[in-house]
Design a protein around this ligand. Structure first.
Ligand code: ZN
Length: 305
């Protein structure tokens, strides 16, 4: 299942519908697909969702698209630099306050906090440690104005401070739901248990379209979300099947469950497998020896029901 749409032009704002523009940042890569989508909502007073990477070309394109209109709020789905990097510069230029769930430590689960405190290394996904919103939006917070009503939905998983934004019939899904691939879940910032919980939460919310942080608009959101959740379940089944043959460490397990993986994607795949293992340990299905960590040995917990 894919969402076919020609790659939009870089450097030109596209009008997706009245009151909604998309500006594609020039940061295409194997991890970001065609680059980061920045969205502008509204007509005269506007909202910017995810300013994008701190890139002067993108900044200029964005200012051209804004065309002097007042930016009421800068909303941020999460603090990976390809989404939040340009916040500070845009806020300084426009005077608009930055709003998001919280800084890069906000919303983290107990197990991920414990792993981080135990010295676990991050995966290098570009966490923006300088990010600090002027206003923190809890789950369900509303932002009303001439653009309509926007509701923040806390969706930890890809990152603990991840928000989706509901707007009328549509939801801006950041990196929680992307239009071209499954989301990267890389502990200790990524948390698969939280991710699945956030998917179930989103499943209960009606939506006509999802507008992701990377890739095309998703016009069959229910089906796409169901496919993504099934894909995660299938990955878990693969891991349990492999562990049924014996104990594994993360690298060997990753090799056994992914075929034909491009070398550039191997570290991300390993961290994804690790995310599944932590989730399975949390559910007592799998045991980590001597304790949960990237270098641990993982085996089926025979004592589990
Ligand atoms: Zn991200």
């Amino acid at each position: 299942m894919t969402h076919r749409e020609k790659m939009p032009p870089v450097g030109i704002a596209e009008q997706l519908q009245p009151g909604l523009q998309r500006v594609l940042a020039p940061n295409a890569s194997p991890m970001t697909y065609w680059g980061t989508n920045t969205y502008i909502l509204g007509e005269s007073d506007v909202i910017v969702i995810d300013p994008g990477p701190d890139d002067p070309t993108h900044f200029n394109t964005l200012l051209q698209a804004l065309d002097g209109r007042r930016v009421a709020h800068i909303l941020v789905t999460h603090s990976h630099r390809d989404h939040s990097g340009l916040c500070a510069a845009l806020s300084k230029q426009t005077g608009a306050p930055i709003a998001g769930f919280g800084n890069s430590d906000a919303g983290r689960s107990d197990i991920m906090t414990a792993l981080l405190n135990a010295g676990m290394k991050r995966g290098g996904e570009g966490v923006d440690h300088s990010y600090q919103p002027d206003a923190c939006l809890p789950d369900g917070a509303k932002i009303n104005g001439s653009w309509g009503e926007i509701t923040a939905i806390h969706t930890p998983g890809h990152m603990a401070n991840h928000l989706c934004f509901a707007w009328g019939d549509d939801i801006f899904t950041g990196d929680h739901i992307m239009g071209w691939s499954t989301s990267l879940i890389s502990p200790p910032d990524g948390d698969l248990t939280a991710f699945m919980q956030s998917c179930r939460k989103l499943r209960e919310m009606p939506a006509k379209r999802y507008f992701p942080g990377h890739g095309a608009a998703i016009i069959q959101p229910k089906e796409w979300l169901a496919w993504l959740m099934k894909h995660r379940q299938a990955r878990e089944n693969q891991i349990l099947f492999a562990l049924g043959q014996g104990a594994f460490k993360v690298p060997a397990l990753t090799e056994s469950i992914y075929d034909d993986l491009a070398p550039v994607l191997l570290p991300a795949a390993q961290r994804n497998a690790f995310a599944h293992l932590i989730d399975l340990c949390q559910r007592d299905v799998v045991l980590a020896l001597p304790s949960i960590g990237f270098d641990a040995k993982f085996q089926i917990n025979d004592a589990a029901e």
